[in-house]
Design a protein around this ligand. Sequence first.
Ligand SMILES: Cc1ncc(C[n+]2csc(CCOP(=O)(O)OP(=O)(O)O)c2C)c(N)n1
Ligand SMILES: [Mg+2]
Length: 898
Amino acid sequence: MKASKKEIYGSRASGTATGNNGDKWSESMQAMFEHSLESQGPERTAQLLEKLATQLRSEPRPPAGQTTPYVNTIPAEQQPAYPGDRAIERRIKSMMRWNAMAMVVKANSNTNVGGHIASFASSATLYEVAQNHFFRGRTEDFPGDQVYFQGHAAPGMYARAYLEGRLDESHLQNFRQELAPGGGLSSYPHPYLMPEFWQFPTVSMGLGPIMSLYQARFNRYLQARGLTNWKTEPKVWAFLGDGESDEPESLGAITLAARENLDNIIWVVNCNLQRLDGPVRGNGKIIQELEGLFRGAGWNVVKVIWGTEWDEIIKRDQSGLLLKRMEECVDGDYQKYIVEPGSYTRNHFFGKYPQLLELVNHLTDEQISKLLRGGHDVRKMYAAYKAASEHKGQPTVVLAKTVKGYGLGEAGEGKNISHQQKKMNEKELREFRGRFDIPISDDLIAEMPFFRPSPDSAETKYLLERRKALGGFVPARVVRPVPLDVPKLDYFAEFAKGSTSEASTTMAFVRLITLLLRHKTVGKNVVPIIPDEARTFGMDALFKDIGIYSPKGQLYEPVDKKSLLYYLEKKDGQILEEGISEAGAMSSFIAAGTSYASHGVPMIPFYTYYSMFGPQRVGDLFWLAGDIRAKGFLLGATSGRTSLNGEGLQHQDGHSLLHASTIPTCLPYDPAFGYELAVIIADGMRRMFVENEDIFYYLALYNENHPMPPMSAGVEDGIVKGLYKFKSGYTGGKIRAHIFGSGSIMQSALKAQVILAEKYGVSADVWSATSYKLLRSDAIRAQRWNILHPTLPAKKSYLENLLAKEQGAFVAVSDNIRTVPDQIAPWVPGGLFTLGTDGFGRSDTRGRLRRFFGVDVESTVIGTLYALAEKKLIDRKIVAQAIKDLGVDPEMVQPQIV
Ligand SMILES: Cc1ncc(C[n+]2csc(CCOP(=O)(O)OP(=O)(O)O)c2C)c(N)n1
Ligand SMILES: [Mg+2]
């Protein structure tokens, strides 16, 4: 069958020419094509065109070269019929608009809690079409589609849940007032705060988008490894703002989705052309820019620019001038057409080319002002979503053009202040009510009552029926605990024995995870995640053991195939080797760490990375891991400002433990020995996967080899709580001191202990401080209780009880900045004297670095003597003598700290 001329060129072949010159070119090309059509036939002509386009694309050109005309991707003729009842859906949506607006305005009439109206106003149709026809809820054998809602559109989601009967008026009344009696609604999607409602935190711009990509990939990973077996695959939907697309995290990983053929993901970018301060691309067109980027990255792009009313106008334009006008206007112009009356659009948009005026002669100014943008037209959005859902082999992005503050009129439609608008006066409320036909009478309007139709109304029935047909409500976070048969400490018995040869805690960890991967029941639940650093940590042996996940398997023979431990990629590989993307690896950690909730399949992620490029690099994702209730282990390897020595200033980490300490549900540990690591990990797995606590762990790992002693009896509790006595000082000594050590700098404490005893008669106990944060948190909890119960016997923290009877000076030595140990200073009897690594790192030997920062053996001895002198327990001359004895230069260069 031969294709018709129109099928090949569409109806817009002449539309892209510019100026007179362009017209001539266009005409001659048209003539050439017609000639080709006649002489070569349609198929051959199509092939020639394709070839030409390919050639043109291979030339270097800006992203615009990847764009298509500024019209809807799906032409009106190819649009499917709308399956829903448009009238009733509009009524339901209008009620949501009203309630979403009222909840924000009401909250801000007597508080200053803030909130957003304009964003949901622009995206209501984007969500409602999906809610009525696409989002599939969770059922017994289907995990549900995973939807990332744009954070500050949250009022709209609450408004829907209210109509669905999932929330009631008191919730809406307390929007952003979570501590009000009876509780309230969180500002944005926070699973930590609303654990049965929200699944994915999104409001930190860019994090929702990147997480959604890795979530889609993780879904495939689970299925490929046989850990899930759904018959239909869940889709991941991510809704983001056009302004949000500027975040590096938003677009930085999009090629992953194309590379791995993730047709299980659909992104919807709400292109309302505005962000917080003003236009996203006033001087350009965000939709075109994004189209170029996504197409270049290998995505399927569906643009929804114009609403149905434009179909006829576009069709009637034979001159090509309409498209020309659409393309030459920049987003700043389009924003203006919203703010100005229809007459302005007539004169300035159509009027630029008098011929175009004829296209709208039959319309009043009012009608012109109501020519909808595609993102407000359910038929256009339905067509786009349907195409996106059915598209195979590529991820899809829907670029929907909307109006920020749609329906707010004077109160903030398309204005630069729209984003911040959270108040409306009575007149504006009346207009809003009128525009959306909300049945609220004049005398009640000022009170802004929420509106919900009765349970037996057609609207409620329709709404519930649609959700029922699609499997249930979205969003909804459902957790049905599935306890894992995690190994107890005896499984890791070899660590308790210690080892004769020296080792680092990183080596101990690699041994531990290797054992765990071999565990008969939970081995398969372990997800090792590494961002291109496995060889650094000695984890490359795992490549061959368990394979690296790759949906394509291994299409090539690896260069090291002949070696025992070659680089093996497999369709069901267990390792997530993320390449150099800490943000991507952290997103994988989050997807794996929340699998217990999103799939009902608990997984135990171990994400091992260069500690400096952890929370310092992608701290917002670490914070989010707490919010989303992710579980698992983060392992900051090559930790310690002086333990990692040669790499220098940018690599040497002395503060990740502090970063990790700031996350309320993160347990940071700084183990010194293999057995401590085993105790912490065994206890962590029990707490997270048996007791079902929503917490996660951060462990600092070091690459310095040192003796790994056996575990003494009865220390487990102290290891887990954060402090235990590792080695008592010599008995009989009158001068008493205590040195808290951790990580590999524990070695300084142990060697100092010997010198202090032998040379200065000081009996120093050495303690292993596995977690300063946990000691502090416990002390804070006790203190808070004591403040509020002043007349009752005071509670004492673990730390206070532990140290209550200890005498002498307390010293901490750490390969981290002093603030890490100082966290516990207020609860240490007589205070804590701290040695730490404040200041920028340097490349040098460990010995020289430790002297420079003052955390080597000699500095620890001197510091301890100084602390004793400060307490008048020894004479200061002894300190001076020690400085001489130990060859420390008092005038040596100091780390700069301003
Ligand atoms: C990382 C981050 N930076 C800044 C903000 C503050 N912020 C919230 S919404 C917003 C503008 C969003 O614009 P856009 O993405 O276009 O969304 P729209 O409301 O227009 O749909 C900004 C700057 C944030 N939430 N997260
Ligand atoms: Mg925007």
